[in-house]
Design a protein around this ligand. Structure first.
Ligand code: LFR
Length: 474
């Protein structure tokens, strides 16, 4: 009898249920359900609709029953940093704010009144991102103190869905590290930091690593869905699961987890919390088996997704790539500029940046897309140099995983700007990583190396050589 595993992978723009199994030592999977996602503007704040998302999670589970493919276990992953506060009756308090909301403006200064940026990095190893949970909780403390007064538990978004399914509260480790409140040495909450910032310590739940059993479905859920299932923790931070699925045994490989964000980095056994690393704005996110994902957040395909939304006609991403590849505009923007985080119009934000930096201003939507693709590839090249100087290694290969692995034109440019060979795929790396961790929990793999090797055997990886496309850019 085939054993099915279910990855529920919810990204910032869509969610999907992926049923996976092992067949002759290879991973096979099917997307059985997909639904849209996005932050909604509620009374001027960007929020997640967690009720709608939980409804969709259950719809996808019902689909398993309809197909007669009941998974032995399931795992949920989402983006990071966002959370739900629960009151004494375990009801959510107020809005589920999204990380692109502007309420964190100025909250960095408030945090630095208690602890300097340098000490914060030394203690946590986490890159400054204004949307990190630490700044969001500071916004709660400063602007809506009642939220924290009433709160009895804090659950990260996937932990909250696990709680709704099982009644069990746990905080998964890889996602917990993105709060910027976890100690990379002890791998546990930094309680003295939490106290210094005036956050109620008792709301933070026990931390559990990927591969931990959370619980079975509650009776109510079993009745509604029609079956019971074990809920297991993958890396509930999507990037953690994606990186678990890079198709190589080399644990010092360079990767880009490419989707709404481009997360570019490598793995380290020990976090680098040095001043140099802080200056390069590199982060040490907690990973599977306590490997650290040493990486940089780069604005990523969000820029392209946003431009695409503004077009009058609905084009596919591949057509966008094709048209962008025909443009000759030389302008480059700094993808990590804050003006690209949540602009009303991405097209205007790119134009404004070009005007500000006295570069050629894109006239058409295709030129705008070309500027973005070139700028991303250029940013990847700069980031490699920073990582090389910090790790003392040189990289000749880049593993691109996630939806962005399908952007052929971007892969070409990445090879060209970086001078590295690009290995692109699998595009469903996050869901595959979640499946791997569930399969390892069920005893199908002995370790991560074996699991990653299985990814390399199971999927076609596209190779882009720099010399075939014009050599290293200057
Ligand atoms: C990617 C991701 C990044 C995180 C960003 C915000 O989906 O999880 O790793 O920095 O979203 O949570």
């Amino acid at each position: 009898m085939k054993k099915y595993f279910l990855a529920v992978d919810i990204g910032a723009s869509s969610g999907r249920h992926i049923l996976g199994t092992l067949e002759n030592g290879k991973i096979k999977f099917d997307e059985i359900y997909r639904f849209p996602n996005g932050m909604e503007n509620i009374d001027g704040s960007l929020c997640w609709n967690t009720d709608a998302l939980f409804y969709e999670i259950k719809q996808g589970l019902k689909k398993c029953r309809e197909l007669g493919k009941i998974p032995v276990c399931m795992g949920i992953d989402t983006w990071a940093v966002d959370y739900v506060l629960l009151d004494e009756n375990d009801c959510p308090i107020g809005k589920s704010y999204g990380y692109r909301d502007s309420r964190m403006q100025g909250m960095d200064t408030k945090v630095y009144e208690e602890i300097s940026l340098k000490e914060l990095y030394e203690r946590t190893g986490i890159q400054k991102q204004i949307f990190n949970t630490i700044y969001q909780l500071t916004a709660d403390r400063e602007k809506e103190p009642k939220r924290l007064d009433q709160a009895k538990s804090l659950l990260m978004i996937p932990d909250y869905f696990n709680f709704l399914l099982t009644g069990v509260k746990k905080t998964e480790y890889t996602n917990a590290t993105t709060t910027q409140l976890v100690d990379p040495e002890t791998k546990d909450w930094d309680s003295s930091l939490i106290k210094r910032l005036g956050f109620p310590e008792e709301i933070f739940q026990e931390i559990a690593v990927p591969g931990t059993f959370v619980g079975n479905f509650t009776e109510e859920i079993q009745e509604e869905i029609g079956f019971d299932c074990q809920v297991v923790l993958p890396a509930t931070h999507d990037t953690g699961s994606a990186v678990a699925a890079i198709p190589t045994e080399d644990d010092q490989a360079l990767y880009i987890s490419s989707g709404t964000w481009s997360l570019m980095g490598t793995e380290l056994k020990k976090a680098d919390c040095s001043l140099e690393s802080m200056k390069a704005n590199l982060t040490n996110e907690g990973g599977v088996d306590f490997r650290f994902r040493y990486l940089k957040n780069i604005m990523g395909l969000w820029m392209i997704q946003s431009v695409k939304k503004e077009f009058d006609t609905e084009y596919s991403f591949s057509y966008l790539c094709e048209m962008a590849s025909k443009q000759t505009i030389p302008s480059i923007v700094d993808c990590n500029d804050e003006s690209f985080l949540a602009p009303d119009s991405m097209i205007k934000a790119v134009k404004d940046y070009c005007i500000k930096t006295s570069q050629q201003v894109p006239k058409s939507e295709w030129e705008t897309a070309a500027v973005i693709y070139h700028s991303l590839a250029e940013c990847y090249a700069r980031t490699i140099r920073e990582i090389e100087s910090l790790t003392g290694k040189t990289y000749e290969k880049i593993y691109v995983v996630g939806g962005g692995a399908n952007a052929g034109y971007l892969n070409e440019l990445t090879a060209k700007y970086t001078g590295c060979t690009v290995y692109a795929g699998p595009s469903e790396a996050t869901a595959i990583g979640s499946l791997l961790l569930q399969m390892r929990y069920a005893g199908c793999f002995k370790d991560l190396k074996e699991a990653r090797n299985c990814v390399a055997q199971s999927f076609e990886i596209e190779i882009y050589e720099p010399e075939n496309i014009g050599g290293k850019a200057s």
